[in-house]
Design a protein around this ligand. Structure first.
Ligand SMILES: Cc1cc2nc3c(=O)[nH]c(=O)nc-3n(C[C@H](O)[C@H](O)[C@H](O)COP(=O)(O)OP(=O)(O)OC[C@H]3O[C@@H](n4cnc5c(N)ncnc54)[C@H](O)[C@@H]3O)c2cc1C
Length: 464
């Protein structure tokens, strides 16, 4: 006997799960969502939002203190203060405001929220462990949206000064020395922010390059800024141990030389794994895709009426992908004949400068035997970038040689994240280089570099 019966049960209220539940509610589907923690998931509570708030606070502090100002601008400033407790409270207030917003949207759309930990009994039944006891929920369709968790290092377990991204985003004080294990986007975003806040930051990366998924042209401006911020980059190094009493991290390089770094705190950012603990997934014996749940183009698992969305389904582990999958699944359950046919998923690295990657690069296209033309425009020749004192970076457009349809847009530059929507829109709408070239872009804006890169792809650059 079940305590609750519903048409749709969503497990996990991150950007995948809550978006799915809200859309389902809008479509009149009787929906229940179970969340063991705070509504909003990783993204809202301990990921995208708090990290971007602290990155911004760090930018402001760095700029106001003078070191982030363009030397030629004639502005000097000295000794800004930072009340870290207030900064953390400001960040937490943003999180809590969004949190309340999502809660009220669920309510507005008649989604029943159960605070508890869900565990599968079978493919149609879930038990939720709540403060008030166990609730059995049966549903016609179930969506698994339980997200992901940080991977731990056996030799350097989490605890005390050794933190995950969630811990460091709420740390009690700005560490004097911070070692970041992992030169991926999470480690670099947070490492850069703490360097701007005054920590002596060391980044330990086992590969030859930081951000190994991006090409050199995209990564170089970020590396230069890290140098400016005195961030120490230890490439082809591995962290092999941490001593709590003397707060030192031991590393080893490719030649097996060991060294010791002072590290008041350590951020372990070596990747994320799907979150299935206590979920009873074994009851369903679902086929997997590596560690992730295997899904088809409708986010269906191998079990009838059991769907999976978001980080549990693998790369790219991004909030907007989870949301788009969630909305699609709600519409499918409501009877729509939708399939996943997105042309691209934009990826942003909120480093300084920011990196945006949308669609295929020329080399990725070559691997798929697609002949391409590329156009490029540097921010050094863009009036707006110069007037902002940030000429580092560029925008690169990749189009199919046969018909000039744009298949990739990549860029690096201060504030370029705000252009990612334009880039995704161009690719999603099947724009050709000629379409972008024939559009009037407002002057002076950073977006003009996109226009100019498209003109360059057509061999008719105006300002280059
Ligand atoms: C520091 C950091 C920065 C990030 N920055 C960005 C960014 O800028 N842009 C971006 O797109 N992505 C970013 N991400 C990634 C983004 O947070 C994730 O891709 C996104 O949250 C995935 O959404 P989801 O709904 O799949 O899962 P999650 O957001 O992880 O939500 C899953 C939810 O399920 C709940 N849950 C798990 N198991 C159970 C259970 N058994 N019962 C009940 N509830 C359960 C969890 O408590 C959680 O609330 C960042 C991540 C981190 C860590």
């Amino acid at each position: 006997m079940s305590d609750i019966h519903c048409k749709l049960l969503v497990i996990g209220a991150g950007p995948g799960g809550y978006a799915c539940a809200i859309r389902a509610g809008q479509l009149g589907i009787d929906t229940v969502i179970v969340e063991r923690n705070k509504i909003g998931g990783t993204c809202l509570n301990i990921g995208c939002i708090p990290s971007k708030a602290l990155i911004h606070a760090a930018d402001e502090f760095h700029r106001i203190g003078g070191s982030g100002l363009h030397p030629g601008m004639g502005i000097t400033a000295q000794n800004p203060g930072i009340d870290w407790t207030k900064t953390i409270a400001w960040k937490d207030a943003i999180v809590s405001r969004l949190n309340k917003g999502v809660k009220s949207l669920l309510k507005k759309n008649a989604v029943r929220h159960i605070a508890g930990r869900a565990r599968f009994v079978d493919g149609k039944t879930v038990e939720a462990e709540t403060d008030k006891g166990r609730i059995v929920i049966s549903a016609q369709a179930i969506v698994i949206a339980t997200g992901s968790a940080p991977m731990a290092l056996e030799a350097i377990p989490f605890g005390g000064p050794v933190m995950s991204s969630a811990g460091i985003l709420s740390c009690e004080q700005i560490p004097q020395t911070l070692s970041v294990i992992g030169g991926g986007y999470i480690g670099l975003e947070i490492g850069t922010a703490f360097a701007k806040l005054g920590s002596a930051v060391t980044i330990i990366e086992s590969e030859e390059s930081i951000l190994p998924q991006y090409d050199r042209e995209l990564v170089e401006p970020v590396t230069k800024m890290l140098e400016k911020l005195d961030v120490k980059l230890l490439k082809q190094h591995e962290a092999i141990g941490y001593s709590g009493p003397d707060r030192t991290l031991k590393t080893i390089d490719a030649e097996q030389n060991e060294s010791t770094i002072a590290a008041e705190n350590v951020l372990v950012a070596v990747g994320r794994k799907p979150s299935f603990d206590g979920l009873g997934l074994e009851e369903l014996a679902l086929p997997m895709n590596g560690p992730f749940i295997a899904i088809d183009d409708r986010c269906r698992t191998a079990m009838n009426n059991v769907y999976a969305i978001g980080d549990v389904t693998g790369a790219p582990l991004l909030a907007h992908r989870a949301t788009a999958q969630g909305v699609m699944v709600a519409e499918i359950i409501a009877g729509s004949k939708r399939t996943w046919n997105q042309a691209c998923i934009p990826e942003i690295c909120f480093t300084d400068p920011e990196i945006v990657s949308v669609g295929l690069s020329a080399s990725a296209a070559a691997q798929q035997q697609i002949e391409t033309v590329t156009g490029k425009f540097p921010f050094a020749a863009n009036g707006r970038a110069l007037s902002l004192g940030r000429e580092d970076g560029m925008i690169r457009v990749t189009a199919r040689a046969e018909d000039h349809i744009i298949i990739g847009i990549h860029g690096v530059g201060a504030g370029i994240s705000e252009l990612s929507g334009n880039f995704a829109l161009a690719i999603e709408m099947g724009a050709r280089l000629e379409d972008v070239a024939g559009t009037i872009f407002a002057h002076p804006t950073l977006a003009e570099a996109f226009h100019e890169a498209s003109l360059d792809g057509l061999d008719m650059p105006l300002h280059k």
